[in-house]
Design a protein around this ligand. Sequence first.
Ligand code: KMH
Ligand code: ZN
Length: 303
Amino acid sequence: MAKGKVIISCAVTGAIHTPSMSPHLPVTADEIAEAAIGAADAGAAIIHLHARNPKDGRPDQNPDLYEPFLKVIKQRTDAVLNITTGGHPSMTLEERLRPATRFAPEVASLNMGSMGFGLFPMLTRYKDWKYDWEPATLEASRDLVFKNTYKDIEGLLELLSPLGTRFEFECYDTSHLYNLAHFLDRGLVKAPLFVQTCFGILGGIGSHPEDIQHMKRTADRLFGDQYEWSVLGAGARQMSIVAMAASMGGNVRVGLEDSLWAGPGRLAETNAEQVATAKAIVEGMGLSVATPDEARQILDLKG
Ligand code: KMH
Ligand code: ZN
């Protein structure tokens, strides 16, 4: 594979942002499909997907809600589809695994450790926003553990690896990189590892440039040439993290799951807009963006 190919992933809706935070957050199957197709057309090779209940926008892991948008996205793009197994931190593991188990996607996310998951700063930081599903979800979030024990991770690998699904290993701090190295040592995961380092989630590492360098250095030391590095930045620093990682040889993830913003005080109107910005940053550095088939080759996906 030619050097300098950057894989752009786009996470189009996620489970954390709520409809009242942005009118542009995709909620229905049609909206999620349109968002994904727009992102793929704009240059995203991988689309990371969650479903929501169309009635109120809550994250929902009912596979029947995934089916219609998966079908349309497959018909209209050749993007690599990546289904969440994280769901929402308040869901049970069994619930979280239902869609990936049913659809055996090329890629599924795999969260590499348990952590506090701070949803509540949204309310205090953004005073005009309300958390749509309070009090239960917001109050519960103060006491919430995003549970990803060694047993959970092992069970997930045993369930999905035989289906040919490979993983976006979501690592929110250096401890998660060490957890991944542990599974590599035990032969339960195999290279090339697609390591998604996540910055700026309360409960994980921050989004300072030194945090990004530290995660990259640690991953380099643990995995050498056995991994592909990607970054995602939660919130307003999304694009500066894209720029920094691309300049350091990384792949990037954008999308409304991780940030609602297109610029200071300006909401992104589409996922495609963020993908186009990321692509311009990458190409402005003289690098080029990987096609879905190039991403398949780089990450050794089943296709
Ligand atoms: N929004 C990311 C920081 C998952 O879907 O498995 C977390 C995520 C988890 O993407
Ligand atoms: Zn996700």
